[in-house]
Write a protein that binds this ligand. Structure first.
Ligand code: FE
Ligand code: FE
Length: 187
């Protein structure tokens, strides 16, 4: 059978999923933990997919340790752009906004910034820091802002070294279904 877009996604994880996420876990472990947290939270399938794929852009970076090299490679935009070939905005927009959601939460939630991991705090600085009131308003007006914030919570929590979670293959049907629902978007 001809390879599908899901095969293409899984191949990217095969190639680069073993890269370090920046803490004590790999990209693949982080993706699987975030997806599992979304499921446990009762998130709709599109948000489970977004959680699984939110750092897809990292799998296409030249180096796995961009933050430590003091580069902001805009992985959220890169991932969303790649995934738009197959998925609609209910998957790609929370992904595109997951860094913005961190900057938003740092601005509105006391204690949030202090709760971030060292790597997240370092990247926050590279990503532009806390949102200004104007940036917050703009973020809030996005219809996918709340999903992006939910995704952000999974992202912040899905970093447990050695946690046992379902394998990537268990998401094949979910991704196939969502992708088929939004074939080949070109915008
Ligand atoms: Fe990320
Ligand atoms: Fe992440």
């Amino acid at each position: 059978m001809a390879p599908t877009f899901v095969d293409e996604i899984f191949e990217a994880f095969d190639r680069r999923g073993g890269d370090r996420y920046g803490e004590e876990i790999t990209q693949l472990e982080h993706a699987l933990q975030c997806a599992q947290l979304a499921r446990a939270d009762g998130a709709q399938d599109s948000l489970v997919a977004a959680a699984l794929l939110h750092d897809y852009g990292h799998l296409f970076e030249g180096r796995s340790d961009a933050a430590e090299q003091r580069i902001d490679a805009h992985h959220e935009a890169r991932g969303a752009a790649l995934l738009k070939r197959w998925f609609g905005p209910e998957v790609t927009m929370p992904i595109a906004l997951h860094v913005a959601a961190k900057r938003h939460l740092c601005a509105i939630e006391p204690g949030y910034e202090g709760s971030l991991s060292d790597a997240s705090r370092l990247s926050l600085e590279l990503q532009g820091g806390r949102f200004t009131p104007e940036q917050r308003r703009k973020f809030d007006s996005n219809p996918f802002a709340q999903d992006a914030i939910r995704l952000r919570r999974y992202d912040d929590t899905g970093k447990v070294p050695g946690a046992s979670v379902p394998a990537l293959e268990t998401y094949r049907d979910l991704l196939s279904r969502l992708g088929q629902a939004a074939p080949k978007r070109s915008d």
